[in-house]
Design a protein around this ligand. Sequence first.
Ligand code: SF4
Length: 334
Amino acid sequence: MIEEFAKKYSIEKYRIDQFNQKYYKEYLSSWDELTTWPKDLREKLKKEIAFSKLIHQESNISKNRKTEKVLFKTEKGNFVESVLMKVKGRNTVCVSCMSGCPVGCIFCATGQMGLNESLDSQQIIDQILYFGRKLRTKNEKISNIVYMGMGEPLLNLESVSYSIETILDKDRLAFGKRRATLSTSGYVQNLKTFLDKNYGVKIAISLHAPNQKLRDMLMPKVSKSNTLKDLFKVLDEYTQNSNKRITYEYVLLKGVNDSVGNAIELANLLKGRLALVNLINYNEVGCLPFKKSDNIKTFQMILLNNGINCTIRKSQGGDIKGACGQLAVDSNKC
Ligand code: SF4
């Protein structure tokens, strides 16, 4: 964003450093606060670059005040949702990389929207800065960033990659790489390209099924052309080279993928792999027929007894439709 402006006006490096300090590190809340720049340059910036490419529409806060879901509108008029979650003293921002999602997993409300628009890197960063600014007013900071909102990050690889570079850059947001997580449904070629960039951020795979047949049913668009065999080939190579653990997200759908047999099959699939399973009980949405599982504790116990690390994700923000798989603004279908 600032790069083209800097080129156009031959702005010197020290001015960019001043910009980065105020914009990223101090989370300024308008161009007027860029007081380290001379007024004439600031005025040009105000005229030529919108302070945020996403326009805030509304915020919803959950009853327990631990989750805030924010609705933004893009320049093209599409809607995007982002969520701030407060968990154990941490402030985690869940960003979207698309408005809607083209992957269409059959249990996911966002997937029913289809794709409206892929966001550019600035629009992704705008979501992070929005919450950073809000938290700053309470003397708090963002602790973690997760790419788990609307959209499939690996189908918007260039923008997502550039936004991650911005997050990690010590001159800009300066986040530690282990405080950022990219979650993907597993587009194998793009995953390989992403891993080859060696950002070192945490990787989470939306697995949701312990075998190919069930995954083909739940996530047909991604699963059929990106088989579990091919996916694990890439992941195994990555864990062998990096010694980094992969998180596998598994949403439990009553009577679909939550049986004792499914748990045993999942344990066998992950046995010997550097893995953490994150079980998520399904967040029901009115437009879809799936139900919450009542088998989550048993499912976890089977995995643990088989030596697989396994946690249960505490669902937050269900009352404001801000929980996993519920982001579905502007959807007539959901
Ligand atoms: S689960 Fe993720 S990849 Fe699948 S449709 Fe929903 S947002 Fe897209």
